[in-house]
Design a protein around this ligand. Structure first.
Ligand code: UDP
Length: 244
């Protein structure tokens, strides 16, 4: 593969948490930090799709439980939040000279992006654009984890890269337990048996059904995305081919 790439077409899932800082729900530095990492792998020739979450602004089900508002209504707003984050990432990437397009699952202003259209994705990618998928799946009761699996399958990505702020998948929360053990490789079956919450179950079962491999890695480390696409031993891989 080009430049010794292990993965030349990826779907990167970025949680909205990367776009916040302490009390600020929007951190432009946070967006730029991710954009710089995307720029580096774009330069290496990787075809990139990105699904951006909205959790820095609103998570529908959480707020619904807390405040007793209808979950589906809040989910609609959550999807708007993902679009806002997508637009910010898009502007930041453009500013860094990285061509990109926002493709949205929900109505979007033409000055920000355009409706998702599966026929156009390959064309955009072959012209060197990064694809930023906004609006999640376009439906309430889903998350952007499910959207990331969906879009990974639709663009035929080699791998789904789930960015987190820890080094991968552990047997227990590494922020709470010093002796937490990091898994390097897992099968889907192991992950389910050990009840490791890598993604929500809807997302996870869709990935399992389609044998999609996932790497969970720490994106707070500035060169980790680069290392992952080069096949370096970073994070935890959940192997799609071995779900038996
Ligand atoms: N959302 C939704 N449908 C989708 C994707 C997202 O309704 O297909 C809503 C949902 O309320 C969710 C919010 O958008 O909580 C933000 O997405 P998510 O929680 O996945 O963001 P992340 O945790 O990745 O920042």
């Amino acid at each position: 593969m080009e430049n010794n790439l292990s993965y030349n077409k990826i779907l990167l899932k970025i949680s909205g948490d990367f776009f916040r800082k302490e009390d600020e729900f929007l951190s432009f530095e946070g967006v730029r930090f991710i954009a710089l990492q995307v720029k580096a792998i774009h330069k290496m020739g990787v075809k990139i799709g990105i699904v951006v979450g909205g959790g820095n602004i609103l998570r529908g089900s959480k707020s619904s439980q807390k405040y007793g508002l209808p979950a589906d209504e809040l989910d609609e707003l959550g999807m708007q939040a993902t679009l806002l984050n997508s637009g910010l990432l898009s502007s930041t990437l453009k500013n860094l000279g990285v061509p990109n397009v926002v493709l949205s699952a929900i109505p979007v202003s033409p000055s920000i992006g355009e409706p998702y259209n599966r026929f156009k994705t390959e064309e955009f990618l072959s012209r060197g654009n990064v694809l930023i998928f906004g609006g999640g799946t376009g439906n309430p009761y889903f998350t952007t984890d499910t959207a990331s699996v969906l879009r990974a399958l639709q663009i035929h990505a080699n791998i789904l890269l789930k960015a987190t702020n820890v080094d991968g998948v552990y047997d227990k929360d590494p922020n709470k337990f010093k002796d937490a053990k990091l898994y390097k490789r897992l099968t889907y079956r192991e992950a389910l048996k050990k009840d490791l919450r890598i993604m929500d179950l809807t997302a996870f079962s869709l990935a399992l059904d389609h044998k999609l491999s996932i790497i969970v890695f720490n994106a707070k480390n500035p060169r980790n995305i680069e290392k992952v696409v080069l096949g370096k031993d970073i994070g935890t891989i959940i192997e799609g081919g071995s779900n038996g």
